[in-house]
Ligand binder design. Structure first.
Ligand code: CTP
Length: 418
């Protein structure tokens, strides 16, 4: 992918050197376009050495190559970090005083801004209006992280970590989710400062050292959820059971195998999470006995009978712990239903929402070759707080954006500001 990395004039420019490394190590061709002010913080030589490409910030260098037109046209993705208040204002009002602002006006692909500035500047009505304007034009503006700023002050305004910007950029270009350059549906929710635990994939329940009981979950929906949550500015803890796809970049990653391992990891991660999304397909049963050695067939003997026992219901346990602690935590379950003689998909799902006691239940209809491993999904989001059911269909990235939007809305409604 061809990426233009615009660097604004803020002290956080030094962190962008790490972001550049993440892009180049992932095999992308990066042209760095710093503003004049940015070069006071990190010099042109650093950007040239790290990107392996010449660096300029003037429209009057290499005029014959018409760089100010070419760069924006050719870029599959433009990332601006740190996006200063000044750069946001210039982009929102369409100014074209240097190579970066010209490039932004010529952009053909997705554009991502990762802001960094003092809290007052970020919260100022002028900056917020500029951010709104850019977002309304389809530009992704990440929420800044919270924490210690350059001076003695602290609050929202820190540049998100390079890994988080990288993950959001890849999600925006569709690289993580679809494996090809395709725009990620915009998430409108802001989850800055929130921590989300997401479980994904299918658990494997050992029978013996070589065999297990598993399921068809690919982990694709969980990866799409992580990408959408990162793009909304959240810190993501990702609990990966077995998956057919790579886990996302930019998350705190924990690998698990069985339902019991997932339970332990989920209870630990959830302890200080604002949101828990249980997208993993957890085996309800596990073999009662696990053989230490490979189970062998013996001629003349009957085939072994495998007795199963119940696994703990992790989602239910998470809800009970949350309720017991009186905690402000939003818990989202997934339901895979087929419908049967006792009821249709939605009837089963409504009963499950009640039984599990979670805040939202994302319901999809499954069957052989349906949903599991596919790139598209069609779900209904049920609320435990009385809101109308909401349908979402499309790619798993579309569904993830709808779920994360709903999580953002529900968080604000049920548990206003932490
Ligand atoms: N889940 C869980 N622990 C389990 C089983 C499921 O936490 N032991 C979670 C899943 O991650 C999902 C939700 O519960 O978020 C629904 O899972 P599903 O398997 O569809 O429901 P079940 O509880 O197994 O109900 P049923 O057997 O009626 O389908």
């Amino acid at each position: 992918m061809r990426i233009v990395l615009g660097v604004g004039g803020g002290i956080a420019a030094y962190k962008v050197a790490s972001l550049l490394r993440l892009f180049t190590e992932a095999g992308h061709k990066v042209t760095v376009v710093p503003t004049e002010a940015a070069t006071r913080f990190v010099g042109v030589a650093t950007w040239e050495a790290l990107s392996g490409n010449p660096v300029s910030n003037s429209v009057f260098d290499d005029v014959e190559k018409v760089n100010h037109v070419r760069l924006g046209h050719e870029a599959d993705l433009i990332v601006v970090a740190p996006a200063t208040a000044d750069l946001l204002a210039k982009a929102a009002t369409g100014q074209a005083g240097d190579l970066l602002t010209n490039t932004l006006l010529m952009a053909h692909g997705p554009v991502l801004f990762a802001p960094a500035m003092h809290t007052e500047m970020w919260r100022h009505a002028a900056t917020q209006a500029n951010v709104e304007t850019l977002r309304s034009r389809g530009v992704t503006v990440l929420e800044p992280a919270s924490g210690r700023l350059t001076g003695a002050d602290s609050g929202p305004g820190r540049l998100p970590e390079p890994e988080a910007i990288f993950a959001a950029a890849m999600a925006l270009a569709g690289a993580t989710v679809e494996g090809e350059a395709k725009a990620q549906p915009a998430t409108h929710a802001s989850l800055a400062g929130r921590t989300i635990t997401i479980s994904a994939g299918g658990t494997r329940e050992a029978l013996d050292p070589v065999r297990f009981l598993g399921n068809r979950s690919s982990g694709k929906q969980g990866v799409a959820l992580a990408a959408a949550a990162l793009a909304a500015g959240a810190t993501v803890r990702f609990l990966a059971a077995h998956m057919d796809v790579e886990p996302p970049a930019g998350v705190e990653l924990v690998h698990v195998e069985s339902a019991l391992e997932l339970r332990e990891a989920a209870l630990k991660a959830a302890a200080d999470s604002d949101v828990v999304i249980m997208a993993a397909a957890v085996a309800d049963f596990r073999p009662a006995e696990v053989s230490d050695t490979k189970i062998k067939k013996v001629d003349g003997e009957d085939a072994p009978v495998v007795r199963l026992i119940r696994n703990p219901d992790i989602l239910h346990e998470l809800v009970e712990r949350r309720n017991a602690g009186g905690g402000h935590q939003l818990i989202v379950g997934f339901a895979a239903e087929t419908g049967d003689a006792q009821g249709d998909v939605l009837e089963h799902a409504a009963a499950k929402l009640k039984r599990k006691g979670c805040d939202l239940l994302v319901v999809n209809q499954v069957g052989i070759g349906r949903v599991f491993g596919q790139d598209d999904n069609s779900v209904v989001i049920l609320s435990g707080h009385g809101a109308e059911p909401q349908s979402s269909a499309g790619s798993k990235a579309d569904v993830a954006a709808a779920v994360i939007d709903r999580v953002g809305a529900e968080l604000t409604r049920v548990f206003p500001a932490v």
